[in-house]
Design a binder for this molecule. Sequence first.
Ligand code: BGC
Length: 357
Amino acid sequence: MKKIIWLFTIIFVLFCMTACEDDESDNMSNNKIGIAMPTQSLQRWNQDGTNMKKQFEDAGYIVDLEYANDDVETQIQQIENMIIRKCDIIIIGSIDGTKLTDVIKEAADAGVKIISYDRLIMGSENIDYYVTFDNYMVGALQGQYIIDKLGLESNKGPFNLEIITGSPDDNNALFFYNGAMEKLKPYIDSGVLKVKSGQTEFIDASTQKWDTTVAAERMERIINLYNSDEKIDAVLSSNDSCAMGAIKAFEKAGYGTQDKPFPILTGQDCDKLNVMAILEDKQSMSVFKDTRDLAIKTVEMTENILKGNDVEINDNESYNNGKKVIQSYLCNPIYVDKNNYKDVLISSGYYAEEDIK
Ligand code: BGC
């Protein structure tokens, strides 16, 4: 009898061990996630990558996180490797949204699902979902901020405005521009806002690769168009890296005095250096896109795709990539300036006070 009990105990223990291993290998082999991010040179993408990696790993997934140094060929290579390593889903923050069609077809042929992350991948029918912030609203917040701060609705003016838009290979850049221009264009048309450079079209005001130096050099050329008794009152800058370029140009031109204060200057991302610039009155605002929220949404979306559940979307009309309208989830951006940064950035735990000193 004792022998039989021992035998049963051993069989039971062996059974439990195998079940456990199966469980683990289920998590390990079935749930591999590739995350292809554009660059580590801007703070935001580092945060996106880190937030997503942590949340996926906490949920038991294996994560392959790669940054492509803003080089399209490198990104294509990284995505190819993710396909070879059998990732089930690849999440892509593209560098040039028009250059990934072939590699994404390879992924689709291998049964890999693709989530376009923050930036829309263009020209491919193989994009499954898009998760981003409401990019049009980002621009609208920037435009409205300029209107409010200059008091345009109470008939103040005229004022000098200049415009810095983003990279032409990034589909978001046009959304930011259109959102802002919907607000500002009526004032430009009526002459209340004057753009002395004449560069009001998206492409004329664009900044290749969102590069700070490119933005700084262009802004220097624009400042030189103004006489010494004139000043630029406001700059619509689509993001923080471009705003940083504008700050450098204005500092070089002697702005930042009582007679010639820094212009009202918009941004986006709430990068630490830019929040510091806000506290020093060199930049006026930035649009905050909480990358923690975007990571939560992306993880949720991924899990639902893998489990075959319904995937939550809240926009099925705005983002046509030239092949089809991509089902999207848009998170809400909000603006941050000197008055609310403590509530939005510090109390929420996004930054510690020391981070922005
Ligand atoms: C992102 C912005 C970012 C910019 C430059 C855009 O696609 O939405 O948050 O500032 O790229 O990296």
